[in-house]
Design a protein around this ligand. Sequence first.
Ligand code: DGJ
Length: 730
Amino acid sequence: MPITYMPAEGLIHISAADVSYIIHIYRGCYPLHVYYGKRVPDEDVRWYVEAPYRRKKLIENLQPDDTMFLREFFPFEYPTYGTSDFRKPALDLRDAAGSCVTDLRYTGHEIIPGKPALKGMPSLYCETDGEATTMRLDMQDAKSGLKVALYYTVFEKTGLITRRTEIANGGDTPVTLKSALSVSMDFKHAPYEMIQLSGTALREHHIVRRKLECGETSIDSTRGISSHQQNPFIALVQQDTTETQGDAYGLSLVYSGNFVARVECDMYMSARVQLGINPFMFSWLLNPGDTFETPEAVMSYSPNGLNGMSQKLHDAFRTRLYRGVWRDRERPVLLNTWEAAYFDFTHDKIMEMARKAAKVGVELLVLDDGWFGHRDNDRSSLGDWYVAQHKLPHGLDGLARDINALGMKFGLWFEPEMISPESDLYRAHPDWCIHVEDRKRSEWRHQLMLDFSRPEVRNYIVESVCSVLESANIEYVKWDCNRRMTEPGTCSLPPERQDELMHRYVLGLYDVVERITSHFPNILFENCASGGARMDPGMLAYFPQNWASDDSDAEARLKIQYGTSLCYPPVMTTSHVSICPNEQLKRTEPLSFRGHVAFPFNLGYELNLCRLSEEELCEVAQQIEQYKSMRALVQHGRFYRLLDPFSGPHTAWMTVAEDGSEFVAWFYKPEAMPEEAYINVRLAGLDPDAHYENVDNGQVISGAALMNMGLIIDWTVGDDFSQMWHFKRV
Ligand code: DGJ
């Protein structure tokens, strides 16, 4: 049984694969955190809990009804504030009398096969009840009647654990939630370091690794979306944790709005780790009988370093988060028109590119921004989702038909959450945007955000997007989002409830996306927010593809993609080969280097193929052919990071087929170095006793040699060197 209850000791042991998570119901009253880490046997669980809590002498005789003046020494599973725990609480509220005091006590628990669904928000799922086991741990505050249920689900195959919290007002007066986090966990010994994915537009998901010190180490978003600046993911590691060894704890939030992820180390270097909706700019009125659900947090522990941690997340996000038909399908190689033409295109110009694309083997042509309303630049028309006749006289239907006739699919860009002040929609409904009465509406890229907390706004957008999708054979959608929330205000809520808006917006977004994606189950949806500003598990649940950055420079993407892969699976991350000199950095890199950087992810092209020479077109055609020959392996294999661009001049990674029958590895050296030392890349994830044959030259090498001696890199001069190897098991 992956969840065992030991009533005599009041212990609950959650264990699967190589993971254990242990809770102690202290004096039958308070669920306390005992352990999370490498799997231990049940009998040792009994022994461990005997180990003293700090100040044992003082607390020994403490009865549950005594004032718990020593709460700050207790490792709570879901802490509150107001008595004697002075660390940050998971739950903070004000009752009808304005008091924050809450005393949550254990009332029971239930172990359930499978995983109950979370309504209104995305979450992981299982296909059979045998895949996962869930425990609902119930607590109550006797005075107010508030009921809190903590949900823990453990996945059998990987030991991955999800947590979420349900808060119900079982009393007869309203309470206001000020903070309701998804997960809180008190580690006795703080991990040594925290890793975060930080950045900005064009520099997303850069790895920052910092030492935990006494006090708080945190990241968050206050922008209304998860953000470029911080991704809702942290990893906690020891000093000696590497890609292949040591403890690594990954925590990721299935949520697309304001979040917080923090570690608070106390004076004894015990660490409170928390993840959830950012309490800043949040509150929620819970009337008697109401329930509030937090988003789900995903916790991936591996004793085998960061690769082990990431692989469990990749596996979960790839196979148990997104549900649609594209989960298991190979993804088409696409050509996107954005960097090729921006707003400057016509039917004929697109068709000129399309003919070249079809010739080199592209399978999907995506028409990006500029096809609707009067959209000749970014100053107008968002919200007016009808075709720009002056550019597309045959309509979307005519264009889709012509593209389909070349043997390619047709895809389209939308930015459904936005409204341009210069639009018919704004002229008709100036109050449909997020705004505060009598205050200036800050424009960002000349646009405002629609108020998705309002059902009539959501309905309008669902209907108008659906009617475009029904008007032509559109088989792919790129869903963009190019601004952050300002003047957060809504006409749909009274003044005292305005702080509900930012969460309500996210719930509204999920409602719209759910309705549109389920209405068109065969359409391939890609998520984008000025690049990777909203690449989070909440969006991954609906979008099997995600645009990680608007920086299409191959060298810059090495870091972006390396960091992204810490949490997100390569198949869900798109990467495009673009023009040289590159549009963002004006750098020139060989086509082979650009192709090798995009290959391990989800390959696309974003350049005007009409500007390439015949020789270059030939090379593109060869790249696409080669990619297709290894696509199933690359898109659905197990990804290993080998050389880290953040700590050295080289990058390397590889993908091993799930059945171990073949692998592809890549090495990159962006900058030449004089008289460089020999470089070898040690591979990972192979069978040491098996032999593998190099597909290009027939050389046979053992798994042991490949993983220990490594592959020797060709000695070269010149910048932007890359190498790719494809081996098959013999
Ligand atoms: C921002 C996206 O990240 C780009 O890829 C492109 O779609 C533009 N928006 C279009 O406005």
